[in-house]
Write a protein that binds this ligand. Structure first.
Ligand SMILES: Cc1cc2nc3c(=O)[nH]c(=O)nc-3n(C[C@H](O)[C@H](O)[C@H](O)COP(=O)(O)O)c2cc1C
Length: 155
């Protein structure tokens, strides 16, 4: 399966998970590319209207997609919101979603961010196969391993 892992990441937490997913999915026989959504114009949630996407990776050509992003201000990071709002059709694509976040509880933005990603994918005809929330604390390595294993089992 040709899988695109598309992430927004400002301090490389989310990107580092993308690289682990890539390794594991290649090992399980897939062709996998990691692409980054990048932006200019400020990285604060209150600056959403000033954000301009610089790299907006294309999704055509992948059988499956994994989208990853940080939680910002109890919601999906605004650059990823903008990117996902502007995605083309995702019909016939199997999709998995993950977010990284710092605060301990999933309700401090994790579930909401995943919900926002799901809504955008479903509105474009995508099929959500799995999701993961990774809290960036001392237990993160176990959680990353769990999410990577879950996603390997999906594809
Ligand atoms: C502006 C801003 C807002 C944030 N808001 C939250 C939040 O509401 N909840 C949370 O758990 N973490 C929050 N964080 C922490 C990030 O989600 C966390 O550090 C994430 O792993 C960063 O991912 P990245 O390195 O891929 O950018 C925030 C970070 C920033 C910079």
């Amino acid at each position: 399966m040709k899988i695109g892992i598309i992430v927004h990441s400002q301090t490389d937490n989310t990107y580092s998970v993308a690289l682990k997913l890539q390794d594991a999915l290649i090992q399980s026989g897939n062709e996998v590319e990691v692409k980054r959504v990048t932006m200019s114009g400020g990285d604060r949630p209150e600056n959403k209207e000033k954000i301009r996407l610089e790299d907006s990776p294309e999704v055509d050509g992948y059988d499956a997609l994994i989208f990853g992003a940080p939680v910002h201000a109890f919601a999906l990071a605004p650059a990823m919101q903008i990117y996902m709002e502007n995605l083309p059709s995702l019909e016939n694509k199997k999709i998995a979603l993950f977010v990284t976040k710092k605060l301990h509880f999933e309700w401090t933005g994790g579930s909401r961010a995943i919900g926002e990603m799901k809504k955008q994918c479903l509105s474009k005809g995508g099929e959500i196969a799995g999701t993961g929330v990774i809290v960036w604390n001392k237990h993160k390595e176990e959680k990353i391993t769990e999410v990577v294993q879950n996603f390997v089992n999906l594809f």
